[in-house]
Design a binder for this molecule. Structure first.
Ligand SMILES: [Zn+2]
Length: 176
């Protein structure tokens, strides 16, 4: 799983990214960092050698990008801290992806008879819908990681650079 990094957008840009995505914010209301990953599902129903239906399913992420607000470049300490936080989100995605064959295998084993009873176009649609639904459950793990404790820690590091920076940006009218 490869990713791109982008620290060209300011807090306004990163906040908009977070609010438009299903991903949680590093800081509650403003985006200092954001990790974007788009789910990709490929489903292919074929017949095995005995003529029985068999499902080939592939899931992954695309357009994976870590965004860090450009204002954080004023403090290497705070930048590294937010970056490490986003790397943790990336690690959550990576682990989820590794576990996916097993998780999805169990889900589809349970629904195999129901799916094979559908006609081909419907079966394809339902397969993709179920796979995306199950694959998307990683969201709960991101939410769990973005805990009150994690938030408080982010406020406290680097001589409170982050809350001071947000105060300054607010006074300058540079917050969204
Ligand atoms: Zn976070």
């Amino acid at each position: 799983m490869t990713h791109a990094e982008d620290d060209s957008g300011d807090v306004r840009v990163v906040t908009a990214l977070n609010r438009n995505s299903s991903l949680p914010l590093t800081q509650r209301s403003y985006g200092l960092g954001s990790t974007y990953a788009e789910s990709r599902v490929t489903a292919y129903w074929r017949k095995d050698v005995q003529g029985c239906p068999a499902l080939e399913l592939e899931v992954g992420y695309q357009k994976t990008t870590v965004h860090i607000a450009s204002e954080l470049k004023d403090s290497p300490c705070a930048y590294d801290h937010v970056h490490a936080h986003e790397m943790n989100h990336l690690a959550i995605y990576r682990k989820w992806l590794e576990e996916s064959p097993e998780r999805l295998g169990a889900v589809f084993k349970e629904r195999f008879a129901m799916l094979t009873a559908l006609d081909a176009p419907q079966r394809g649609q339902e397969t993709v819908r179920l796979a995306l639904q199950e694959f998307g459950k990683v969201r709960a793990q991101h939410d769990q990681f973005d805990s009150e404790e994690e938030y408080a820690a982010n406020q406290a590091v680097c001589e409170r650079f982050i809350p001071k920076m947000l105060d300054r940006l607010e006074k300058e009218g540079k917050l969204p």
